[in-house]
Design a protein around this ligand. Structure first.
Ligand code: CMP
Length: 224
């Protein structure tokens, strides 16, 4: 795919004319990040806006003790790095490529002029930021209101709904994240997640199948 085709796959640019996509493509630069490399750290100054072409980016906050909390995992068509450009504050989180990842980048001045010139992008951007806020609210309620068992169940349900595929029989199959990744989404330990997943499997609510976890239809009834 050339850069213009790639930009078309980014939903916030979907309303742009051929001509505007063309000028945007001339301003954008492609960058490739190997697995486990940091794109930028929390608290750095930031001058760049990023769009994911291929791969996955983990948005994370690292505690002083080395523990991390994963705010989100973004994939193709998603963007990040807009906050520091919109409010001129330092980066609000660290971003890491969790697999080999290709990004398109725009510099601050270009991002700002694209926003000023195209109302459709501003409203599409607000829509995405609103849905991120809804998701963050949901995450806060999960962390604050549920016990650790409920949190593990809820994060699994969220991951299944966000990235999984629903099978004809109503079950949902999704990528089997590492137990550490699940733990880092809800501020618990890997050992706790391992124990809870075994328990859910023993109850017949999930089935771990190679690289996938499959949720039984009853799972949603119990934990939704
Ligand atoms: P910025 O603050 O520039 O750098 C970190 C980026 O992570 C931020 O812009 C957003 O693009 C992204 N980000 C921060 N918090 C969240 C969140 N809760 N959900 C998804 N993305 C986020």
């Amino acid at each position: 795919m050339d850069d213009e085709e790639l930009l078309r796959t980014v939903p916030i640019f979907s309303e742009l004319s051929e001509q505007d996509i063309g000028s945007l493509a001339r301003l954008a630069t492609r960058r490739r990040f190997p697995k486990d490399t940091v794109v930028f750290f929390e608290n750095e100054e930031g001058d760049t806006f990023f769009m994911i072409v291929d791969g996955r980016i983990k948005v994370t906050i690292l505690g002083d003790d080395g523990r991390e909390i994963i705010l989100s995992v973004l994939g193709p068509g998603d963007f990040f790095g807009e906050m520091a450009l919109l409010d001129n504050e330092p980066r609000s989180a660290t971003t890491i490529a969790v697999e080999e990842t290709e990004l398109l980048t725009l510099q601050r001045v270009d991002f700002q002029s694209v926003l000023t010139d195209n109302r459709s992008i501003t409203s599409a951007l607000i829509k995405v930021l609103t849905s991120r806020l809804r998701r963050a609210n949901h995450q806060i309620s999960t962390l604050a209101l549920l016990d650790v068992y409920g949190r593990v169940a809820r994060v699994i349900l969220d991951m299944a709904r966000e990235e999984g595929k629903r099978l004809k029989d109503g079950r949902i199959a999704f990528r089997r994240a590492t137990h550490q990744e699940i733990a880092n989404r809800i501020g618990t330990t890997r050992e706790t997640v391992t124990r809870m997943l075994k328990d859910l499997e023993r109850q017949g609510l999930i089935h771990v199948d190679g690289k996938e976890i499959v949720l039984q239809p009853d799972f949603e009834k119990v934990f939704d």
